[in-house]
Design a protein around this ligand. Sequence first.
Ligand code: PLP
Length: 442
Amino acid sequence: MSISDVNVPNDLDSLWMPFTDNRSFKKQPRLFSEAEGMFYITPEGRKVLDGTSGLWCVNAGHRRRPIIEAVRRQVEKLDYAPGFQVGHPLSFEFASRLTGMVEEYSHVMFTNSGSESVDTALKIALAYQRNIGEGSRTRFVGRERGYHGVGFGGISVGGISPNRKMFGNMLNGIDHLRHTHNLDKNAFVRGQPDWGEHLADDLESIVALHDATTIAAVIVEPVAGSTGVLVPPRGYLERLREICSKYGILLIFDEVITGFGRLGDSFANQYFDVKPDIFTTAKGITNATVPMGAVFVRDGIYNSFMESAPENAIEFFHGYTYSGHPLACAAGIATLEVYRDEDLFARAAQLAPYFESAIHSLCDCKNVIDVRNLGMMGAIELEPIPDKPTSRAMAAFQKAFDAGLLVRTTGDTIALSPPLIVEREQIDFISDTIRGVLKTVH
Ligand code: PLP
């Protein structure tokens, strides 16, 4: 038997599963052993439509031939090469293709995940400020309900209390903007809400409190994904950009979810036409076939490093054993080609209004207190059961799974982000299934 023949494991105990209620899962496991296009397939052979692109990452759908072939060819040729002081051609090629997708960003640094991209971005921001003679800028500003992965940097700027409370003091010198979610003002708004631009002025108050000369960078997700698709109010990101520029604070967008077509453009910074100084990516960069992330920096940031260190000195003491791994680069280049050849970002933009109508058709369902969306991201928020937060959404998740649909839940919100190859009938299946599920969830 080969490893890929292991369909149903004998032992569920040894694995400590991430972000999972291990005990419930192990009593009632949900396994996927194959995937194809829009579908996962369980060991029993049941098809489950992927309403979430895995974890917001399989943007081109599953098991795409060109990506598989590229990885296969690469592993036969060069399995691994270090990235420190030596290199391999594909990492340069891939970096060049990535910077070719965006005008103002001349360099990328590779990582292996979103969390690593975030920590890398924060470190670049600190070091850059020092390079330009602004070494007193050591504070970061994040936002409530932000998710920036699970490294100590990411949880410090992140704004999700269960992800923070067990882990001590984390980074010090962090402040948070208020989040922008407000059901009184913005419930059931389609796309960007009109109310809430002024929330960006929180940054002015933080500057007034600490003084701008102590703040290195602000980091936000352009659309907060993991806490339930919180769409930025009109003018909000623009205002943040303005305030950051006024005070010499770097603006970092965490585009780990919004990158690679999710909003119908390559990146959210293009969609909103708001340019951060640094932005992070991962997930869709390789269609999740091989783990990878990349941090994009605007023109000038890389040069500040080149100019601050003498020739023959390492300019930035940072990197991972697997930065720019050959298999990840092969997968990444092939992924970009699939996106381009199938015009998937434009497809996402075309499908977005249909997706919007489909999920907003659920606004009258039982217990639904909000529906929101942007691009191919959507959320249906349920009224929590008193004293049992998350349990209503978890019940919906299980029922949807049983009915052949994978959704994601966060708190009491059902989040959706189907692969960009989704067909209209499959969008109908998603909304019909959720409608049916919500009838039976108490
Ligand atoms: N940043 C954002 C915005 C994310 O959504 C995520 C993951 O969902 C991360 C960072 C962390 O990425 P990873 O799980 O690859 O470390």
